[in-house]
Design a protein around this ligand. Structure first.
Ligand SMILES: Nc1ncnc2c1ncn2[C@@H]1O[C@H](COP(=O)(O)OP(=O)(O)O)[C@@H](O)[C@H]1O
Length: 193
């Protein structure tokens, strides 16, 4: 199964992706996680991405497309994957179509988690407070200024990606404001259809 989860920061993509991983035995490919790993490792990609990410802006399409193309060719992706945080621009979506075509792969579904914007800031603040309470490291972009930028980047660059898939008849929307288990069953219903 090959899926895309779309939605703004704080929409619950990570939570739902983890449940899909457990249920279907597929892998979660989060470009955010991969980029944070690259930053931590101090690789050339990480060095390019570090400051851009901390500001809450988007890393170049070229970098993330390259990362995803390498990753989907790895053996653990044979059962399928969930793309989380990618594609984040229409150019990335077009590059993904081309790369899937080259690998003879096809997406099963694109699922958008729809959430009111005012709730997002609140959710992320709660997440940060919980992580702090557990003594976990806070992401450098989980501060008010970067968060504002991330939402702005979402509106300007990523919201059009939903339109891109909608125009191909591939987009399914789920109410991301519903309780977590409800979102999970709404997603499951789409995948079973
Ligand atoms: N597909 C992508 N294209 C460009 N930049 C990306 C992409 N995925 C992740 N990033 C970078 O990593 C940061 C964190 O991404 P992510 O972990 O998905 O966070 P969130 O969805 O909570 O904003 C983004 O703000 C951006 O700088």
């Amino acid at each position: 199964m090959k899926l895309i989860l779309l939605g703004p920061p704080g929409a619950g993509k990570g939570t739902q992706a983890q449940r899909l991983v457990d249920k279907h035995g597929i892998v979660q490919l989060s470009t955010g996680d991969m980029l944070r790993a690259a930053v931590k490792a101090g690789s050339p990609v990480g060095m390019k991405a570090k400051d851009v990410m901390a500001r809450g802006e988007l890393v170049s399409d070229e970098i993330v497309v390259g990362i995803i193309e390498d990753r989907i060719a790895e053996p653990d992706c044979v059962n399928g994957f969930i793309l989380d945080g990618f594609p984040r621009t229409v150019a990335q979506a077009e590059a993904l179509d081309a790369m899937l075509g080259r690998h003879g792969l096809k997406l099963d579904a694109v699922i958008e988690l729809k959430v009111d914007e005012d709730i997002l800031i609140q959710r992320i603040e709660t997440r940060v407070a919980e992580m702090k309470a557990r003594g976990e490291a806070i992401r450098p972009d989980d501060n008010a200024a970067a968060l504002h930028k991330r939402l702005e980047a979402y509106r300007a660059q990523t919201a059009p990606v939903a339109g891109y898939y909608a125009s191909k008849g591939a987009l399914h929307s789920v109410d991301g404001m519903a309780p977590i288990d409800q979102v999970t069953s709404d997603v499951a219903a789409i995948l079973e259809a």
